[in-house]
Unconditional design. Structure first.
Length: 241
């Protein structure tokens, strides 16, 4: 009972953070899921939680979604996520973590450089980003905030950014979850644990809307930079252990 209480509490915190900046739920919640349920169950449980988290973001900011950007991203990402979920990682895991960590850190000044020159990522770029990010989403536990620079480069901020990124990511996670189920990695008891955990994440996400509405665009951009910096450094630390 105490274990479930811990999961629900951390899930609420993770949902609030993710609802404010658009990402971060996995980074916060996954270690607790591994501790309580073990690594074998934690991955498919997190897949269910990700579905619920993204659904909550979509419903919280429904009117702000850029559906064309989300569709372009999903068209590339859905088949790539399914392929990635069925593919064994060819490179050593720490190599992938190192590459992603460096990418996050480089994108902090990179995103600001693009914004200063009014350079945006078009729908073709969103489609290409979906392919790359979708494949990585399938083969690793979490790509963290990898989609953040893609949707930010499309010119989206605050609620529009959060909801559109969630709509695109939801399609990828559905593809990943269906692949897990097809290979027997998502039995009923795991799905129930995911639904219970996901309920707390959704509650935090809906609370986050009240926070985001009070943030200035500049403050929101700084929060995105902080998330990418923390995630990048965490991945580099993990790779170098």
């Amino acid at each position: 009972m105490l274990s479930y209480a811990l999961v629900l509490f951390v899930g609420f915190i993770a949902g609030t953070v993710s609802g404010v900046v658009g990402t971060g739920a996995t980074v916060i919640l996954l270690p607790v899921l591994v501790m309580v349920f073990g690594p074998r169950e934690a991955v498919p449980i997190m897949a269910v939680v990700a579905l619920m988290s993204n659904f909550a973001k979509i419903t919280a900011w429904w009117r702000h979604i850029d559906w064309r950007a989300a569709a372009a991203y999903a068209l590339g990402g859905i088949p790539a996520a399914a392929l990635g979920a069925r593919t064994l990682l060819a490179l050593p895991e720490n190599t992938v973590e190192t590459a992603l960590g460096v990418f996050f850190l480089v994108m902090i000044p990179g995103r600001r450089w693009l914004a200063a020159r009014n350079v945006t990522l078009g729908y073709g770029g969103m489609f290409a980003a979906g392919i790359v990010i979708g494949f990585l989403t399938g083969i690793v536990v979490s790509t963290g905030p990898l989609s953040v620079p893609a949707f930010a480069a499309h010119g989206l901020v605050k609620g529009a950014f959060i909801a559109t990124e969630a709509a695109g990511s939801l399609a990828l996670y559905i593809s990943k979850a269906l692949t897990f189920q097809a290979f027997g990695a998502l039995p009923t008891d795991i799905a129930i644990k995911g639904l219970i955990t996901g309920s707390s994440v959704m509650a935090g996400t809906y609370l986050a809307r009240l926070i985001v509405e009070r943030l200035s665009v500049a403050t929101f951009q700084y929060l995105l930079d902080i998330v990418m910096a923390v995630s990048g450094l965490a991945l580099l630390w993990q790779a170098l252990r």
